[in-house]
Design a protein around this ligand. Structure first.
Ligand SMILES: O=C(O)CCC(=O)C(=O)O
Length: 258
C-alpha cells in the first residue's frame, strides 16, 4: 500500500492493514520472548468483560530495554503514525493483549478515545498499531471494527464489567449503517487504527492463544492538560528497523541465558 492509499483508507475507514509489518523472524522472536517473559504475566491486569469471562493485558507507559519497546520506537511504525496524525508523535503506552486459549473474554464495542478523553487529551489525535503475535481469526476472537465510525466523533461510554463500553443503543444503530470488518491477521501483520474507530473482539473459545502487541501514540501537540494515567509529551527516540532483531536477540538471551 502506498502512503497515499494508506491516507485514503485512514480518512475513509479509520484503519488499514499492513501485512508483514514484522518479518517472520522478528515476530517469531517476539512470540518466543513474550511466552518466556514471566514478568509479563506477573504485571498483567485482568478485566471482567461483563459476560462471565475476563480479558488480560499488560500495559506499560515506560519504554525500556526490551523488544516491546524497540518495536514501539521503530521507524517503520513511528513514521506512519507521524504521517497519519500530521506531525510529531510520542509514545503514549504499549500493551500486550493475552487472549488465552479457551479462557479469554470479550472486549465490548468501544473507542480508545472513550478511555483517553478522560485522560485529558483534548483532541482525538491518537492512534494505535496492533501487531498480531499469533494468527488472529474469527474463531479465536480477532479484532472487529466498524469501518468509518471514526468520522462520528466520540460516543458516550459507560461501564461494562471492568471495561468502558460505547453506548449500546448508538452502536446498534451504527451497526445498521456501517460494515463490521473482522480483522484477520497472520503473525507479524498489523492494523493501524484511529482512536475514534469503534472496535471490539469476541471471546477466544479455541485451543490456541491469540496474543497481540499494541503500540499507542499521541500527537506531540495534544499533550494532556494535566498529569493523568498515561504520560505527558516526551520526545520519542526512534530506532532503525533492524534494531528489532538485535534488541530482540539480546532480550531473549537475558531471559534464557545459554
Ligand atoms: O485485541 C483485542 O481483542 C482488543 C483490544 C482492545 O480493544 C484495546 O486494547 O483497546
Amino acid at each position: 500500500m502506498t502512503d497515499t492509499d494508506q491516507q485514503t483508507a485512514w480518512d475513509r475507514d479509520g484503519f488499514f492493514i499492513t501485512r508483514e509489518l514484522l518479518t517472520a523472524e522478528e515476530v517469531e522472536l517476539l512470540g518466543q520472548i513474550a511466552r518466556a517473559d514471566i514478568r509479563l504475566r506477573a504485571d498483567a491486569s485482568v478485566r471482567d468483560d461483563g459476560e462471565g469471562r475476563a480479558v488480560s493485558l499488560r500495559v506499560r507507559n515506560e519504554l525500556e530495554d526490551d523488544i516491546y519497546s524497540t518495536i514501539s520506537r521503530s521507524r517503520r511504525i513511528v513514521s506512519v503514525m507521524e504521517q497519519l496524525l500530521g506531525g510529531e508523535v510520542y509514545h503514549y503506552h504499549h500493551k500486550l493483549i493475552f487472549k488465552d486459549r479457551q479462557t479469554a473474554g470479550a472486549w465490548a464495542w468501544h473507542q480508545d478515545y472513550g478511555y483517553w478523553y478522560d485522560y485529558a487529551c483534548l483532541y482525538p489525535l491518537l492512534a494505535s498499531c496492533l501487531i498480531a503475535v499469533d494468527p488472529a481469526t474469527r474463531d479465536n476472537g480477532c479484532l472487529q471494527v466498524l469501518a468509518g465510525s471514526h468520522r462520528m466523533g466520540r460516543i458516550e461510554h459507560g461501564i461494562k464489567g471492568d471495561q468502558t463500553g460505547a453506548d449500546p443503543e448508538r452502536v446498534a444503530a451504527i451497526e445498521q449503517q456501517l460494515e463490521t470488518v473482522h480483522v484477520t491477521l497472520d503473525p507479524g501483520d498489523a492494523i493501524f487504527f484511529h482512536c475514534n474507530l469503534l472496535h471490539r473482539s469476541d471471546a477466544n473459545t479455541t485451543p490456541d492463544p491469540r496474543w497481540a502487541l499494541i503500540c499507542c501514540y499521541n500527537a506531540a501537540r495534544n499533550n494532556p492538560y494535566r498529569q493523568v494515567r498515561h504520560p505527558q509529551y516526551t520526545p520519542l527516540k526512534t530506532v532503525a528497523d533492524d534494531q528489532v532483531l538485535a534488541d530482540g536477540r539480546a532480550h531473549l538471551s537475558r531471559l534464557a541465558p545459554s
